[in-house]
Design a protein around this ligand. Structure first.
Ligand SMILES: Cc1ncc(COP(=O)(O)O)c(C=O)c1O
Length: 383
């Protein structure tokens, strides 16, 4: 049996989710926009999912817009804010953003549509409030603050509520990428101070290719970004991904009901893994703030060990982990997140991410702890 410790890349679909999706495919033959009985049944399934999503993140159902995932939702907010900005086009983000935020921002900067201030993260991966305040006050005309609630590579959490409060005090709206946080910690859009919140089904045991954007209506309304249909209040035209949306809804419902138990279980196993590694593998260092971190994520530098080779060695033994953002696996570029935290390229290349899911077991973790000392020794000898 393989041991899957790469849940920040994607999670296996829960059987309840798969069952609901399969039933939706069979039962809802109508177009959700059609006014007949078949259409209205399909519409009800979508609206039920909207309620399930809203319930998980403390939003109102009418604030939820379904998307193809978090990448689309992040792009929609960034482009939409700029399109609707009257004059100033300056965004404050951080040096440890996910590529689905960092890359559109970089592209917009290149075209001259935008100027950007990236607040540095400290060596633990956190944005210091003082650095954030300095970035806010360096310009009087910022259009948006874009924050990542939980980092996908290190699991490090930002104090989004405190940062959002500073931004709002200056009249600047806040976009929050909560993709890694939803389903792993309590997320309430208003408490976090997000004007827009983004997440994705496949990170919480739902299907791939569907996600959502919560728009609280507390900031300027964004323009439509997929034109050609009235779906999603005309904001995102196109016939809805009904089975995907149904699956997302069920995944959210399960996450809400099981959140406390899942968090306790993942945290216990994550700590067991780190203690086992520390005890049995010499020269290791944990990356990221150990207090402000997702319950399921452990990022470790195996000093002097090639992370990509260790990943292959673990894979050969039946264990799936990651060297960094899975969206980039195959690339041997050192993790930009770890570089932003002040690690050298060698240190970043020597780091692995272990990300747990609720179905991992103590026995699996013990097996990984038992495998690591000899694998790390072998890989270090190759250097
Ligand atoms: C923090 C974060 N934001 C956005 C995304 C993109 O999500 P999706 O795959 O739904 O486009 C990911 C996925 O890796 C992520 O971890």
């Amino acid at each position: 049996m393989r041991i899957y410790l790469d849940h920040n890349a994607t999670t296996p679909v829960r059987p309840e989710v798969a069952d609901a999706m399969s039933a939706a495919l069979r039962e809802y033959g109508g177009n959700p926009s059609s006014p007949h009985a078949e259409g209205m049944a399909a519409r009800r399934a979508i609206e039920r999912a909207r309620e399930q999503v809203a319930h998980l993140v403390g939003a109102e159902p009418e604030q939820v817009i379904f998307t193809s995932g978090a990448t689309e939702a992040n792009n929609a907010v960034l482009h939409g804010v700029l399109e609707s900005a009257p004059r100033a086009r300056h965004i404050v983000s951080s040096t440890a953003d996910h590529p689905s935020v960092a890359e559109p921002l970089a592209a917009l900067c290149e075209t001259g549509a935008l100027s950007l201030t990236q607040v540095p993260v400290d060596e633990d991966g956190r944005i210091r409030v003082s650095a954030f305040e300095a970035a806010l006050t360096s310009r009087a005309d910022s259009t948006l603050v874009s924050l990542l609630l939980a980092n996908n590579e290190t699991g490090v959490l930002q104090d989004a509520a405190a940062l959002a409060e500073r931004a709002h005090a200056q009249g600047i709206p806040v976009h929050l990428d909560a993709t890694q946080a939803v389903g792993k910690l309590p997320v309430a859009v208003a408490t976090l101070g997000a004007d827009w919140l983004v997440a994705s089904a496949h990170k919480l045991n739902g299907p791939k290719g569907v996600g959502f954007l919560v728009e609280r209506g507390t900031a300027r309304a964004l323009p439509a970004y997929l034109r050609g249909g009235s779906q999603e209040k005309g904001r995102r035209g196109g016939t809805e991904n009904l089975p995907g949306i149904v699956g997302l809804g069920v995944a959210c419902e399960l996450a809400r009901l099981e959140l406390a138990a899942r968090m306790a279980q993942m945290e216990k196993l994550r700590d067991q893994l780190w203690q086992g590694i520390e005890r049995s593998v010499p020269r290791v260092r944990r990356n990221g703030d150990a207090a402000f971190v997702l319950c399921n994520t452990l990022n470790v530098e195996f000093i002097g060990c090639a992370g990509d080779v260790l990943l292959q060695a673990l894979d050969g033994e039946g264990v799936a982990v990651s060297t960094g953002a899975a969206c980039h696996s195959g690339s041997i570029d050192p993790s930009s997140v770890l570089l932003a935290m002040g690690r050298s390229p060698e240190q970043a290349r020597a780091s692995l991410r272990f990300s747990l899911g609720f179905s991992n077991t103590e026995a699996e973790i013990e097996r990984v702890i038992a495998l690591l000392p000899s694998l790390v020794r072998r890989v270090r000898e190759l250097e």
